[in-house]
Write a protein that binds this ligand. Structure first.
Ligand code: NAD
Length: 341
């Protein structure tokens, strides 16, 4: 709960301090791949800022970090890439009660019962792949959602990602989005070898993925065991006789799997909020049996026409939310050691 006591000047000063701290943490996390606070500490600052802006609307601003997608592209190191379709972040809920409120809001907007696709929230780096006539032509980081960083040569070193879509009828153009991640099992070895070479280790597998991919020299990326899982498409331009555009998120995954794209084996379509809660509890208990780190569960309205009706805020879709699991002790402990790219 935010401190709502004090004068309006005190509150404005607190909001300014929160925004400055959040921007600084974003810079460390997205540009330098070297966070200085844990994700839970960062989330708490964002949560406090959101609560203050909600309670005191006069403090709202369109460029507040609560309204924008984090991670401005580092255009000094990488060429900028303008995404054909915007990339978004996700809104969060931190409890089953907050998720029920989201179900209620979404159900009210839609006006009927809908199916939900549940999937693991992969703690990696968001990457956008552009395929033209079935050929991979460009890969970019998310950046601020409009402009990302060109990492095409680095992405081409990842074996999971096909150079060509496995279909005779690809769309003329399509953007395929997903996460590049560093397998948990290989993380200890990477840090040990960095320390041996006199270099600082990474704070966690997510930062190892980002630091390994955002390299000027793709041969460094090629030596890292990076993987990708994709979870979305955008900017679909049909070609005559092309595969038909899917009508549900789950159909998107079937289509992508057919094209040879790496798809998670853990997603499931659920028909009631109770089933979604059970999915969340199940992976809360089994989150360490997966090869990548997960920081939550993403719940998406499955039907694409309904997704389009619900639309987007300035930073996230209204048709999806991320249930975040409580933080784990180990991440905070690892952050005590010195970290960097
Ligand atoms: P986010 O990571 O909470 O959620 C949005 C992202 O989730 C999307 O961009 C998408 O790429 C990804 N994602 C993973 N699995 C997905 C799936 N199955 N379906 C759809 N999307 C999926 O939001 P964000 O804006 O990228 O980053 C904010 C989060 O990053 C914070 O909550 C915090 O955990 C972390 N962060 C930490 C620091 C720090 O200093 N420690 C700083 C900035 C951000």
């Amino acid at each position: 709960t935010p401190d709502t006591t004090g004068t309006p000047e005190d509150r404005a000063a607190r909001v300014a301090r929160l925004r400055a701290a959040i921007e600084e943490h974003r810079d460390a996390y997205y540009r330098r791949d070297a966070p200085t606070v844990s994700d839970a500490e960062y989330d708490a600052l964002v949560h406090e800022l959101e609560a203050l802006e909600e309670q005191f609307p006069e403090l709202q601003e369109p460029d507040s970090p609560t309204q924008t997608v984090g991670g401005a592209a580092d255009t000094r190191t990488f060429d900028p890439v303008v995404h054909t379709a915007r990339m978004y972040s996700l809104d969060n809920v931190f409890s089953h009660e907050e998720l029920d409120e989201w179900f209620l809001r979404t159900g009210k907007s839609v006006g009927r019962e809908v199916a939900y696709l549940c999937e693991l929230k992969i703690d990696g780096l968001a990457v956008n792949l552009l395929y033209r006539d079935g050929e991979l032509v460009r890969a970019a980081t998310r950046g601020d959602g409009r402009v990302g960083e060109d990492i095409t040569a680095n992405v081409r070193t990842i074996a999971d990602i096909p150079e060509r879509l496995d279909t005779d009828a690809p769309p003329a153009e399509v953007e395929i989005r997903g996460e590049v991640f560093f397998p948990v099992e290989a993380f200890g070895d990477l840090n040990a070898s960095l320390v041996e070479a006199g270099k600082p280790p990474f704070a966690n597998p997510r930062n190892a993925a980002a630091g390994s991919l955002r390299q000027k020299d793709p041969s460094v990326t090629a030596r890292r065991p990076l993987h990708m899982l994709v979870h979305g498409i955008a900017a679909w331009t049909p070609a005559p006789g092309a595969d038909p555009e899917p009508a549900a998120q789950s159909e998107v995954y079937e289509l992508l799997r057919g094209w040879g794209m790496p798809i998670s084996e853990y997603y499931a379509v659920k028909h009631t909020p109770e089933e979604v809660h059970a999915f969340i509890d199940h992976y809360g208990e089994h989150r360490h049996s997966v090869i990548h780190e997960i920081d939550g569960i993403v719940v998406k309205v499955d039907d694409i026409a309904t997704q389009e009706d619900l639309g987007y805020t300035s930073r996230a879709p209204r048709w999806a939310t991320a249930f975040k699991y409580p933080p784990e002790e180990v991440t905070t402990k690892l952050l005590d050691i010195q970290v960097q790219v």
